[in-house]
Design a protein around this ligand. Sequence first.
Ligand code: C5P
Length: 201
Amino acid sequence: MAFTIAIDGPAAAGKGTIGRALAAHFGFAHLDTGLLYRATGRRTLDGIDPVEAARTLRADDLDADDLRTPEVSQAASRVAAIPEVRQALLDFQRAFARRAGGAVLDGRDIGTVICPEAEVKLFVTACDAERARRRHKEMRGGGHDVTLEEVEEDLRQRDARDSARAEAPLKPADDALRLDTSEMSIDEAVAAAVAAVERAR
Ligand code: C5P
């Protein structure tokens, strides 16, 4: 039976961590949809046209090891504003969302566009300073030599672009449950998300 958990929110709010934890807890498959846009953006840096890059994306493009750099983040958010790119990535995400056995998808438009019929919708946020601090720590841990200021600037620019675009902008679905993780530990945020899913089951 299909059961979809849609998680949306701005960059570095905790969507990925919560999504992975929910998938593990309920035995569901997990898709970080940002990776699709990152892999597409990454290919445009090699000179490939964005729409072509999205249409010919392959599974191993999602494994490239430099998808988390600020340069690729920016490229991802630029290609994500192009309607034909979003269209090219739509069917894959919808099929994933309705697969048997349950699915968790995290991104920007999962509850609004990809899967408006999702059984559970979460809109995960955290204050700007906390999001920058977390992403900076994560990137330094991953060996990326970036400053806190560079991370802040990347998040600020992407959130502005992702929220302002005409096609599938970042915004909570009307029926999404909002989860502000600014003051929460990972365990607390995951527990709140698990409780929200349990209520819907
Ligand atoms: O989630 P992540 O930060 O990896 O996403 C990278 C970029 O991909 C975002 O800034 C956004 O522009 C785009 N994106 C999107 N829709 C999604 C997921 C990501 O537009 N569902």
